[in-house]
Design a protein around this ligand. Structure first.
Ligand SMILES: Nc1nc2c(ncn2[C@@H]2O[C@H](COP(=O)(O)OP(=O)(O)OP(=O)(O)O)[C@@H](O)[C@H]2O)c(=O)[nH]1
Length: 192
């Protein structure tokens, strides 16, 4: 079960938000950027973003994470109501250390899915329970989800959250992430 830990105003380059931090029994910490009075307000746009230190912070071109994060924030910053839930599950849940190991396998020609599997790890180890609990905290049962990822939709719908609309989060492919985006489309069913 999650608990609200702290909250404060957070003006950003993309607009003014409030940041909420939550913890759970395992002392995991996640954050939500909230736009407007969202309590009990259904069908607001929500982005559920998984941590990517290399992309979100360092601007790596190997993935589209930062592009998606910024586009989502700019979009949400223009809405009256909305939320971005930032989940600390780096590397599709395998953690930073193994993600970088997977990168070095990708340099040997494996794609992003094969690289995880060669490390004996699942292609995607993420769990969105925390996001569901944040939505429950705000008494939200139906959202417009900003994603290209069908497994995210399936998880939420299987856990009591109705997806009334999918808002695509398009990013511009570059020569660096073309193969990565192709693999997500072909092997992970992303609607890119
Ligand atoms: N294991 C691994 N993780 C990666 C790699 N590139 C990015 N990631 C992680 O992938 C996660 C983002 O996943 P994506 O599949 O891009 O996007 P998504 O959140 O599932 O789907 P969208 O909602 O459409 O953005 C973050 O946790 C990143 O750290 C990689 O090559 N290997």
């Amino acid at each position: 079960m999650i608990k609200l830990y702290s909250k404060a105003k957070l003006p950003t380059l993309a607009g003014d938000f409030e940041i909420y931090t939550f913890t759970n029994d395992e002392n995991k910490e996640h954050a939500a950027l909230v736009r407007g009075q969202i309590d009990g307000r259904n069908d607001i746009p929500v982005r559920i973003h998984s941590e990517c230190l290399t992309g979100d912070v360092f601007g790596s071109k190997r993935c589209d994470c930062r592009d998606q994060l910024l586009r989502s924030m700019v979009y949400l910053g223009k809405q009256e109501y909305g939320m971005l839930i930032y989940l600390r599950q780096e590397g599709r849940g395998i953690g930073l250390l193994d993600k970088i190991k997977a990168y070095s396998l990708q340099e040997q020609g494996y794609d992003t899915v094969e690289a995880n599997l060669r490390l004996g790890l699942p292609a995607d180890k993420r769990d969105y329970t925390f996001a569901v609990e944040v939505l429950n905290y705000f008494h939200i049962t139906s959202i417009k989800l900003m994603t290209n990822n069908p497994s995210k939709i399936d998880f939420l719908e299987g856990n009591g959250i109705r997806i009334s609309e999918r808002i695509p989060v398009k990013s511009e492919p570059t020569p660096y992430d073309e193969f990565y985006l192709d693999t997500k489309r072909v092997k992970m069913g992303h609607q890119i």
